[in-house]
Design a protein around this ligand. Structure first.
Ligand code: ATP
Ligand code: MG
Length: 281
């Protein structure tokens, strides 16, 4: 059996960080989209936020940091696009509105899952080390060029943001996505506390699926029983940056890989404005 992967030494980590910092040296702002809860719309928010920023004339990159279940390429209609490798690195895939996209999806065939185990199954015990190394490779190999904003779509869970900051200590800012249910808010509160402990600057909370938009008449109504997103955000000393309605037309458009410009009632333009204000504060 081969030796299991060991965490990097401090010297190795310094080299990895320097390589990533060099790749991001022309990136003005980083906005990570996180949540302690899965399935609450992180990718939906990250993709629409990136598009809204690009529509304002910004040069935008979008990193899909969910290595196991990458969804960014699907939502942007980019699955199967070839990556171009040059002598200076991997070129991100050009997406709608000119956004530059990088994702593990571009390295995987069809619906093949990412295999961390190797023939003897030795990878499972050190999976987080392997995942962090793979994310470091993705970030450190991509030639982002000059960006006004890099949006990072994280996998669910409270440790994803601190793991990213381990690689990118100067990470600019993050926002937390929740849906207005007590179950989601509990998980999100935990993950925000973890981010606070790690000293990560939080821009605020995005309440997704805050209401529902009728696919027929466009009228807005409640989706979840009223939950206390405001109270939790205030308790965490965070602002609610935007309330995004559940928009069935936007869901279908995201499934079709052609996100709607003004989807979810135009709430993403407001979010883009608030995120820029927070990131530049
Ligand atoms: N406001 C919304 N309106 C319509 N559809 C939405 C909205 N938010 C999310 N969706 C849809 O809900 C599904 C789940 O969203 P998404 O994949 O973004 O969640 P996630 O938090 O990224 O999940 P994971 O934790 O697995 O990464 C997707 O099909 C997405 O298009
Ligand atoms: Mg996702």
């Amino acid at each position: 059996m081969s030796e299991p992967a060991a965490p990097p030494t401090l010297e190795e980590l310094a080299v990895v960080r320097a390589r990533i910092a060099d790749r991001l040296s022309d990136t003005a702002r980083t906005i990570a989209v996180m949540s302690g809860k899965g399935g609450v719309g992180k990718t939906f928010v990250a993709v629409h936020l990136a598009l809204a920023l690009a529509r304002r004339g910004l040069r935008v990159g979008l990193l899909d940091a969910d290595l196991n279940s990458p969804s960014v390429a699907k939502m942007l209609g980019l699955r199967g696009q070839p990556l171009r490798a040059t002598s200076s690195g991997l070129r991100p895939v050009p997406g709608p509105a000119g956004i530059a996209v990088q994702s593990m999806d571009f390295f995987l065939q069809g619906t093949q899952p990412l295999d961390w185990d190797g023939p003897a199954g030795e990878g499972s015990g050190v999976r987080s080390v392997l995942e962090e190394a793979a994310l470091a490779d993705l970030l450190g190999s991509t030639e982002w060029g000059a960006l006004d904003a890099l949006v990072v779509d994280l996998a669910p869970g409270p440790d994803r943001l601190p793991a990213l900051v381990h690689l990118v200590p100067a990470l600019g800012s993050a926002l937390a996505v929740t849906i207005p249910s007590e179950v989601s808010l509990l998980a999100v509160e935990r993950s925000v506390r973890r981010a606070h402990e790690a000293g990560i600057p939080m821009l605020g909370v995005v309440e997704n699926m805050a209401s529902s938009v009728c696919a027929h008449c466009g009228a807005e109504g409640p989706l979840f029983r009223e939950a206390s997103t405001d109270a939790i955000a205030a308790h965490l000393d965070l602002a609610v940056l935007a309330r995004i309605p559940f928009d069935a037309r936007a869901a279908a458009a995201a499934d079709a890989g052609a996100p709607l410009a003004g989807g979810a009632g135009g709430a993403f333009d407001k979010l883009a404005e608030a995120a820029l204000r927070g990131a530049d504060a």
